[in-house]
Write a protein that binds this ligand. Sequence first.
Ligand SMILES: *Cc1c(COP(=O)(O)O)cnc(C)c1O
Length: 402
Amino acid sequence: MAIESPSAIDAPRVNGHAKTRTGAAGLDASRLKVSVTQSPKLIPSPETLKFGQTMTDHMLIASYDPEHGWSDPEIKPYGPLCLDPASSCFQYSTNIFEGMKAYVGPNGEVRLFRPDLNMARMRRSADRVALPPFDTDALLTLIQRLVALESRWIPNIQGYSLYLRPTVIGTRPSLGVTASDNALLYVICSPAGPYFKAGSAHQISLLANGEVVRSWPGGTGGYKLALNYAPTLKPQQLAELQGYNQVLWLLDDKITEAGAMNFFVVIKQDENNWNVITPPLDGTILPGVTRDSCISLSAAHPSRTILPHLPETLHLHTHERTLTMSDLRTWHEEGRLLEAFTVGTAVVVTGVGRIGFEGKDIVLPDHASGRGPIARALYERIVAIQEGKAEWEGWSVVCKSV
Ligand SMILES: *Cc1c(COP(=O)(O)O)cnc(C)c1O
């Protein structure tokens, strides 16, 4: 690493970056400055919320430059950014993001769900596009402060939450194709209702696309980089034109993910033994927090917990293994394909009703609520843990306000 100035030579290092004499280079939560808005917004009624369209009053922001390191973090009124048009993020997509939610439990406590996993993934994403590193413990503390300040925005209704969007963008103002040594880290918040309206089936249709790939071996599909999503928008539009909700992404015959969600199937061995299968983390799959939670919870039934509405006599066998479209067709023909479902922070768990492939539909067994028994059990248990109504391995973290 190049030494930026002589004063930095003997200085201690934080996150591998030189600490200057004047300020700590690391992101330092204790140096947070808070300026509260003078004109708080009116909170819209929960039923009118559309995903990601309403932003709260405040945002968290910190900037990085190689000389000073991370600036003092600030929570300030939500508003536009002012950036140099040559910024790395606009030219070379040096952008990464996270998606997580804050929930209110029955006693009014505000909670995050497995935020350590989001922080670890965010660190890996930033590293993959050579953005400057940051202390993720400090970031989590700062996020908790922001969420505590914005807690009036979380509707205290089951299924509602505050969606959080931590983001880092490269702000190096230069056209050279090189790592961005300047960056902006910010977190914005948006109140969110349940993905599906009350009374509607919690179910989607998928169109398997064998022509356009989302991810490939050695590629970046395993990281939450903004550049992974732009190329998916056109195929998504085309799938909708053909009457499907989302694209089922393939790599040759292999199933990877559905839309921006992880994909699971349930296959019957016999009455009492069902396999719960999802593709392995081979670099083409985004390591979802919900995915990991579904794997752990299904593996725990019935030995360590009984999932909602499932019989104790049912044994779930969880596998991370390659899934192909021909597997799916075979299992379907044999009558063993019981369920397909997709998982992610926004939807939690949603059932798949049919999968279009090569001009035909694979139609899944009809489940009244839209979700099959496993998808429903996982959905109910995960939401209960998120809202603090059920405890599981410290997954739900109460937000400290100080
Ligand atoms: C974010 C994301 C997911 C879901 O991850 P969660 O941590 O469960 O929200 C799955 N697939 C893709 C491509 C994603 O971007």
